[in-house]
Unconditional design. Structure first.
Length: 437
């Protein structure tokens, strides 16, 4: 990886792209430290210090915003609205025929879906910004902080509207920065910003574990966490690269005097076909009951049950539901993102077949069978990786936002591998000599 970056910096046009990407990253990180108007910055800093290691319900969103959410800055919402909008549009593509038709139109249809994603991102940013401001005003953002009620001293409607508009504009700017990286930089812009947001929280989280440690002034716990993180990175890289290759043979066809086909290739089916989306879905779904219980008044039995069983990451019921939801969403997302019948029809159209399998419906049934077989280990792997923060919570007394948690490691490794592949492919294109010199 380091060799690829060193070679890229020696190539003038790639060096410009890398420097442009770094400049956008600096702008993004600066924006995560600029507070929005109407917020008492001193009270926010005091509450962040008191709530260190216990970010509660907002831990996942705070991680995706690079720690900007609990700081209540202009980029407080980060790229979470865009991620949510992208997932919603992807799911709706299967349900709404119009979106499915746009997806099949190629580049023009994809551009239209991207436009819909932007509109939905802004709408979700308004909704989430309103919720964040209301939570901060009520003091529920930092429930145990002594000055939580002083975070938003001015409760006027105009101030609230300005705060929501500022955070929505910040989300639009983040979306624009991501598209700039995609167009003029290296890699996928949104993935790069997500990578930076998560990586930015690592140093403080690691140092917090060192300060909380008791063995050799915390260095034993610090070193153990680093070792566990390296092992997890190696495991994730191994599984993310694993795939089942389905051989495909294309028959020869004579068109005029030229012969086409007769080649053999394969269909790569990844073990973790769903990526990190099942973990995000499961986390978000488990946050909903706890969020409803937090804002409800009274001491009803259902609220007590939720606060007892679904708000603590080390509770057996929470762990079981989290694991089962990840497995369910892994199968659900693979089912809607990969259509074996469509793949089988395309193969049949171009004269392709799997050796030993008849074209058409038998091919689709075979692909479904293989996909179900490899999704089982992929979903179990996702569930076990996602439970690492819980094991750290029990073993080290760390926070639920363990720095080497499953979601963060999956995203960092996935984005890192994809970015390095893009750099290597561009280097290969520039160094390719061709047949004639």
């Amino acid at each position: 990886m380091l060799t690829a970056f060193a070679r890229a910096f020696r190539t003038p046009d790639l060096r410009k792209k890398l420097l442009f990407t770094l400049a956008i990253i600096v702008v993004y990180r600066v924006g995560t430290h600029v507070p929005i108007p109407g917020v008492n910055y001193t009270a926010v800093q005091q509450c962040v210090t008191e709530a260190s290691g216990n970010q509660g319900l907002f831990g996942l969103v705070n991680m995706f915003s690079g720690g900007a959410l609990l700081q209540i800055t202009i980029f407080a919402l980060g790229i979470m609205p865009y991620i949510t909008a992208s997932i919603i549009l992807q799911l709706l593509t299967v349900v709404i025929p119009r979106l499915e038709a746009l997806k099949k139109e190629g580049q023009a249809g994809t551009a239209k879906i991207t436009q819909y994603t932007r509109y939905l991102t802004v709408a979700l940013a308004i909704l989430q910004g309103t919720g964040l401001v209301a939570t901060a005003r009520s003091g529920a953002l930092f429930g145990t902080c002594s000055v939580s009620s002083q975070i938003v001293p001015d409760r006027a409607i105009f101030t609230t509207i300005v705060m929501v508009i500022t955070m929505t504009a910040g989300t639009a700017v983040v979306m624009w920065l991501g598209e700039l990286i995609t167009d003029r930089g290296i890699g996928n812009g949104m993935s790069i910003l997500m990578f930076i947001s998560i990586a930015a929280t690592f140093p403080s989280a690691l140092w917090a574990i060192k300060k909380q440690g008791t063995l050799a002034d915390g260095w034993i716990e610090f070193g153990t966490v680093i070792a566990v993180g390296l092992v997890m990175v190696g495991l994730v890289v191994f599984v993310e690269q694993a795939q089942r290759r389905i051989p495909v043979q294309y028959a020869k066809r004579m068109i005029g005097r030229r012969s086409y086909g007769g080649t053999s290739t394969y269909i790569p089916l990844k073990v973790n076909q769903a990526g990190v989306i099942p973990v995000i879905f499961a986390s978000s779904l488990l946050y909903i009951p706890a969020l409803v219980a937090q804002f409800s008044s009274g001491t009803s039995s259902w609220k007590t049950w939720i606060e007892t069983n679904l708000t603590k990451g080390d509770h057996p019921i929470y762990i079981s539901m989290y694991f089962l939801l990840i497995v369910f969403f892994a199968f659900f997302y693979v089912a809607i993102s990969f259509n074996p019948e469509e793949v089988a029809d395309n193969m049949k159209k171009y004269g392709g077949f799997i050796p030993g399998i008849r074209a058409g419906r038998p091919t689709a049934e075979y692909l479904s069978y293989v996909l179900n077989r490899i999704t089982w280990p992929g979903s179990l792997y996702l569930g076990l990786i996602a439970l690492v923060p819980t094991m750290a919570l029990v073993g080290f007394g760390a926070s639920q936002n363990f720095p080497f948690g499953g979601t963060s490691i999956l995203i960092i490794v996935g984005v890192g591998l994809e970015t390095v592949k893009q750099i290597e492919s561009q280097l290969q294109q520039r160094n390719y000599e061709g047949f004639l010199r």
